[in-house]
Design a protein around this ligand. Structure first.
Ligand SMILES: Cc1cc2nc3c(=O)[nH]c(=O)nc-3n(C[C@H](O)[C@H](O)[C@H](O)COP(=O)(O)O)c2cc1C
Length: 352
């Protein structure tokens, strides 16, 4: 069965229920690998030297990663490697476990191929994630740990939450991501200011040598996004992940009144912010593009604009588990067509 036949059945379920079913199946397959053959639309991962890169001292077999939020608790690292992802990002994790917002908290906008979510960092907490990561080592693919603050932590104590996550998880992370861009934790996006960023990275540099990336929202003006990211790099960020979900509800026909929109409708917004940042920071920091990527063509556009890596979340829901492999195959085709012998020749070609 291909994924297009399964999709209508999954889409009849509440989105969060569907997620748990899929995650459950992937978790079982991870323990008993013959079960992977039962997953509709799964493809053999592409292994091709032309897609492999060494970045931040890590080897990425291909540039397509799983974006944060799908595997919040780090339960599916092996499965994501089998799907063909070149890396995965677990979290967002908070120091203490928390239930997140009441359900329903994920909605589909099927016509627009979008999702809207107001999850609110439901997660098992840093300690539980740490235990799971210890068991998952050695990782089959690079693993990023995306960290945030608990809902009950007041804004003026936010720094302590990021510090606690780093203390517990830095040694287990291949790279870290500070998330100050989720729309679902009240006040979190207010941390997207230069003073906080400076304080944050000063604290981080005291604690770890691991590469730390900053993940930003798509709803700032391009100018403020650029200023913020330049500051982050000046104070020690290894790179930027752009972007998180958007709170521009005009992007879909029937928005819910809370949460952030992802998928196709944020594609251009996300690209525009990414490109503005790349114009300033390409060559000075690692750039990761995420938001509305659901094909090799879109991934290639981000790569040429300056992204060394891309990530997907919503595309996986609409295109299925074959998506990372499909993107890799298309990338190889596009590299060949443009006369590039390795992906590194295409990264940022529009910036040179
Ligand atoms: C249900 C859901 C949960 C998410 N949770 C997180 C999260 O915990 N932390 C985070 O940094 N981003 C989270 N995201 C944002 C994604 O990582 C990504 O930045 C965004 O969805 C844009 O990419 P996409 O259009 O490919 O989905 C979440 C997205 C969705 C749809």
């Amino acid at each position: 069965m291909d994924y297009e036949r399964l999709k209508p059945l999954l889409f009849r379920l509440d989105p969060e229920t569907a997620h748990h079913m899929v995650a459950g199946l992937l978790g079982c397959a991870q323990r008993f690998t013959p079960l992977f053959s039962l997953i509709p639309g799964l493809e053999e991962p592409v292994r091709d030297e032309r897609l492999s890169q060494e970045l931040m001292g890590l080897r990425f077999d291909n540039p397509v990663g799983l974006a944060a939020g799908f595997d919040k608790n780090g339960e599916l690292i092996g499965a994501m490697a089998r799907l063909g992802f070149g890396f995965t990002e677990v979290g967002t994790v908070t120091p203490r476990p928390q239930p997140g917002n009441p359900r329903p908290r994920i909605w589909r906008h099927v016509k627009e191929e979008a999702l809207q979510n107001a999850m609110g960092f439901n997660n098992d907490g840093a300690e539980a994630l740490g235990k799971r990561l210890k068991k998952a080592r050695p990782y089959p693919i690079p693993v990023g740990v995306n960290i945030g603050k608990n809902k009950i932590t007041p804004e003026e104590k936010a720094l302590e939450d990021y510090a606690a996550c780093i203390d517990t998880l830095a040694d287990l992370a291949d790279y870290l991501v500070v998330n100050i861009s989720s729309p679902n934790t009240p006040g979190l996006r207010d941390l997207q200011n230069e003073a906080f960023i400076a304080e944050l990275f000063a604290m981080i540099k005291e604690k770890t040598d691991k590469p730390v990336l900053l993940k930003i929202a798509p709803d700032m003006s391009e100018a403020s996004a650029v200023t913020l990211c330049v500051k982050a790099v000046e104070v020690g960020a290894a790179g930027i992940i752009a972007t998180n979900t958007s709170i521009d509800y005009s992007l879909v026909a029937h928005p819910v009144d809370r949460g952030g929109i992802s998928g196709r409708p944020i594609r251009e917004k996300s690209f525009a912010i990414f490109e503005a940042i790349a114009k300033e920071l390409f060559g000075r920091a690692l750039l990761v593009s995420v938001g509305g990527i659901d094909s090799g063509y879109e991934a290639y556009r981000r790569i040429k604009a300056g992204a060394s890596l891309v990530q997907v979340y919503t595309g996986l829901i609409y295109r299925g588990p074959g998506l990372p492999t499909l993107i890799d195959r298309t990338l190889l085709h596009l590299l060949e067509k443009d006369g590039f012998s390795h992906i590194s020749e295409a990264v940022g070609v529009d910036r040179r």
